[in-house]
Design a protein around this ligand. Structure first.
Ligand code: SF4
Length: 186
Protein backbone atom coordinates (compact mmCIF):
# COMPACT_ATOMS: atom_id res chain seq x y z
CA UNK A 1 0.00 0.00 0.00
CA UNK A 2 1.94 3.08 -1.20
CA UNK A 3 -0.56 5.51 -2.78
CA UNK A 4 1.40 8.76 -2.35
CA UNK A 5 5.02 9.88 -2.25
CA UNK A 6 6.40 9.02 1.16
CA UNK A 7 9.64 7.55 2.47
CA UNK A 8 8.25 5.44 5.30
CA UNK A 9 6.68 2.15 4.37
CA UNK A 10 2.88 2.20 4.51
CA UNK A 11 1.44 -0.95 6.04
CA UNK A 12 -1.59 -2.80 4.76
CA UNK A 13 -1.09 -5.04 7.77
CA UNK A 14 0.75 -3.66 10.78
CA UNK A 15 3.19 -6.01 12.52
CA UNK A 16 1.44 -7.88 15.33
CA UNK A 17 3.94 -6.39 17.81
CA UNK A 18 2.74 -2.84 16.95
CA UNK A 19 -0.92 -3.85 17.32
CA UNK A 20 -0.17 -5.44 20.69
CA UNK A 21 1.78 -2.40 21.95
CA UNK A 22 -1.00 -0.05 20.84
CA UNK A 23 -3.82 -2.05 22.42
CA UNK A 24 -1.78 -3.08 25.44
CA UNK A 25 -0.99 0.53 26.33
CA UNK A 26 -4.61 1.56 25.64
CA UNK A 27 -6.14 -1.16 27.82
CA UNK A 28 -3.58 -0.57 30.57
CA UNK A 29 -4.35 3.16 30.48
CA UNK A 30 -8.11 2.60 30.79
CA UNK A 31 -7.85 0.00 33.56
CA UNK A 32 -5.26 1.92 35.57
CA UNK A 33 -7.27 5.11 35.08
CA UNK A 34 -10.40 3.46 36.49
CA UNK A 35 -8.48 1.90 39.37
CA UNK A 36 -6.80 5.24 40.12
CA UNK A 37 -10.16 7.04 40.23
CA UNK A 38 -11.69 4.33 42.43
CA UNK A 39 -8.67 4.33 44.73
CA UNK A 40 -8.29 8.11 44.85
CA UNK A 41 -11.91 8.71 45.80
CA UNK A 42 -12.14 5.57 47.94
CA UNK A 43 -12.75 7.72 51.06
CA UNK A 44 -16.35 7.98 49.83
CA UNK A 45 -18.43 4.83 50.20
CA UNK A 46 -19.81 5.18 46.67
CA UNK A 47 -18.00 7.86 44.62
CA UNK A 48 -14.72 6.07 43.98
CA UNK A 49 -16.09 2.77 42.69
CA UNK A 50 -18.93 4.46 40.80
CA UNK A 51 -16.76 7.03 38.98
CA UNK A 52 -14.02 4.46 38.35
CA UNK A 53 -16.46 1.96 36.86
CA UNK A 54 -18.26 4.60 34.77
CA UNK A 55 -14.93 5.82 33.41
CA UNK A 56 -13.81 2.30 32.42
CA UNK A 57 -17.11 1.50 30.69
CA UNK A 58 -17.18 4.81 28.76
CA UNK A 59 -13.49 4.63 27.80
CA UNK A 60 -13.77 1.08 26.43
CA UNK A 61 -17.06 1.93 24.67
CA UNK A 62 -15.51 4.98 23.03
CA UNK A 63 -12.50 3.06 21.78
CA UNK A 64 -13.90 -0.36 20.91
CA UNK A 65 -17.52 0.48 19.94
CA UNK A 66 -17.81 4.12 18.88
CA UNK A 67 -14.62 4.18 16.80
CA UNK A 68 -15.49 1.05 14.76
CA UNK A 69 -19.01 2.41 14.22
CA UNK A 70 -18.26 6.04 13.39
CA UNK A 71 -14.63 6.37 12.28
CA UNK A 72 -13.38 3.07 10.85
CA UNK A 73 -16.05 2.67 8.11
CA UNK A 74 -14.54 5.73 6.39
CA UNK A 75 -10.95 4.50 6.73
CA UNK A 76 -8.92 2.99 3.91
CA UNK A 77 -8.22 -0.03 6.12
CA UNK A 78 -11.92 -0.90 6.12
CA UNK A 79 -11.93 -1.42 2.35
CA UNK A 80 -8.44 -2.84 1.93
CA UNK A 81 -8.52 -6.60 1.67
CA UNK A 82 -6.93 -8.59 4.49
CA UNK A 83 -5.93 -5.37 6.23
CA UNK A 84 -4.90 -4.87 9.85
CA UNK A 85 -4.66 -1.31 11.15
CA UNK A 86 -2.60 -0.34 14.21
CA UNK A 87 -5.62 -0.65 16.53
CA UNK A 88 -7.04 -3.76 14.89
CA UNK A 89 -10.41 -1.97 14.91
CA UNK A 90 -10.81 -2.37 11.14
CA UNK A 91 -11.58 -6.04 11.83
CA UNK A 92 -14.30 -5.18 14.37
CA UNK A 93 -15.70 -2.46 12.13
CA UNK A 94 -16.11 -4.77 9.14
CA UNK A 95 -18.31 -6.98 11.32
CA UNK A 96 -20.54 -4.34 12.91
CA UNK A 97 -20.72 -1.38 10.49
CA UNK A 98 -21.50 -0.59 6.87
CA UNK A 99 -18.72 0.78 4.67
CA UNK A 100 -18.50 4.57 4.61
CA UNK A 101 -16.74 7.06 2.36
CA UNK A 102 -12.99 7.70 2.73
CA UNK A 103 -13.69 11.35 1.85
CA UNK A 104 -15.50 11.62 5.20
CA UNK A 105 -12.59 10.30 7.24
CA UNK A 106 -11.49 13.78 8.32
CA UNK A 107 -14.91 14.32 9.94
CA UNK A 108 -13.59 12.35 12.91
CA UNK A 109 -12.14 15.66 14.12
CA UNK A 110 -15.19 17.87 13.50
CA UNK A 111 -17.32 19.14 16.37
CA UNK A 112 -16.90 19.35 20.13
CA UNK A 113 -17.98 15.76 20.80
CA UNK A 114 -16.24 14.30 17.75
CA UNK A 115 -14.57 10.87 18.09
CA UNK A 116 -11.11 12.47 18.18
CA UNK A 117 -12.01 14.66 21.17
CA UNK A 118 -13.71 11.79 22.99
CA UNK A 119 -10.63 9.64 22.37
CA UNK A 120 -8.40 12.32 23.88
CA UNK A 121 -10.81 12.76 26.79
CA UNK A 122 -10.70 9.03 27.54
CA UNK A 123 -6.92 9.31 28.00
CA UNK A 124 -6.77 12.63 29.85
CA UNK A 125 -9.80 12.39 32.18
CA UNK A 126 -8.25 9.96 34.69
CA UNK A 127 -5.03 11.99 34.89
CA UNK A 128 -6.97 15.18 35.61
CA UNK A 129 -9.35 13.39 38.00
CA UNK A 130 -6.51 11.95 40.08
CA UNK A 131 -4.85 15.34 40.73
CA UNK A 132 -7.43 16.53 43.35
CA UNK A 133 -7.52 13.01 44.82
CA UNK A 134 -3.75 13.22 45.31
CA UNK A 135 -4.24 16.43 47.30
CA UNK A 136 -7.02 15.20 49.59
CA UNK A 137 -6.17 11.48 49.73
CA UNK A 138 -2.44 11.18 49.03
CA UNK A 139 -0.74 7.83 48.93
CA UNK A 140 2.39 6.51 47.25
CA UNK A 141 0.31 3.95 45.34
CA UNK A 142 -1.96 6.68 43.91
CA UNK A 143 1.06 8.79 42.99
CA UNK A 144 2.53 5.73 41.24
CA UNK A 145 -0.67 5.23 39.21
CA UNK A 146 -0.64 8.92 38.28
CA UNK A 147 2.98 8.78 37.12
CA UNK A 148 2.35 5.62 35.06
CA UNK A 149 -0.70 7.23 33.40
CA UNK A 150 1.29 10.34 32.48
CA UNK A 151 4.07 8.07 31.18
CA UNK A 152 1.61 6.09 29.06
CA UNK A 153 0.22 9.32 27.60
CA UNK A 154 3.70 10.62 26.74
CA UNK A 155 4.66 7.20 25.32
CA UNK A 156 1.58 7.38 23.07
CA UNK A 157 2.36 10.90 21.84
CA UNK A 158 6.11 10.58 21.40
CA UNK A 159 6.56 6.91 20.44
CA UNK A 160 3.34 5.15 19.42
CA UNK A 161 1.79 7.86 17.24
CA UNK A 162 4.85 9.24 15.45
CA UNK A 163 7.01 6.10 15.25
CA UNK A 164 4.73 3.03 15.28
CA UNK A 165 1.29 4.13 14.15
CA UNK A 166 0.79 7.28 12.07
CA UNK A 167 4.15 7.17 10.27
CA UNK A 168 3.21 3.88 8.59
CA UNK A 169 -0.53 4.49 8.29
CA UNK A 170 -2.13 4.36 4.87
CA UNK A 171 -4.82 6.75 6.14
CA UNK A 172 -2.32 9.46 7.05
CA UNK A 173 -3.01 11.51 3.93
CA UNK A 174 -6.60 12.10 5.05
CA UNK A 175 -6.24 11.83 8.83
CA UNK A 176 -6.23 15.20 10.66
CA UNK A 177 -4.07 13.77 13.43
CA UNK A 178 -1.33 12.76 11.02
CA UNK A 179 -1.42 16.29 9.60
CA UNK A 180 -1.02 17.79 13.08
CA UNK A 181 1.99 15.58 13.75
CA UNK A 182 3.64 16.34 10.45
CA UNK A 183 4.18 12.70 9.44
CA UNK A 184 2.45 12.89 6.05
CA UNK A 185 5.58 13.49 3.99
CA UNK A 186 7.93 11.30 6.03
S1 SF4 B 1 -2.77 8.52 10.85
FE1 SF4 B 1 -2.55 7.89 12.99
S2 SF4 B 1 -4.39 8.62 14.04
FE2 SF4 B 1 -4.77 8.72 11.84
S3 SF4 B 1 -5.81 6.78 11.36
FE3 SF4 B 1 -3.62 6.45 11.02
S4 SF4 B 1 -2.81 5.66 12.94
FE4 SF4 B 1 -4.83 6.53 13.39
Amino acid sequence: MQPEKTKAELYTRYPLSSVLIYNGSTILHFLLGGIGIAFGYGFSSWAGYTFGAVYIVLAFAEMYVLMPLRVCPNCVYYKAQDSLCISGLSIISKRIAQAGDPKDFARRAEGLLCPNNLYMASLIVPIVAIIPALIVNFSIALLGIFVILVGLLLFRFFVIFPKLACLHCAAKFRCPQAGQMGVRNL
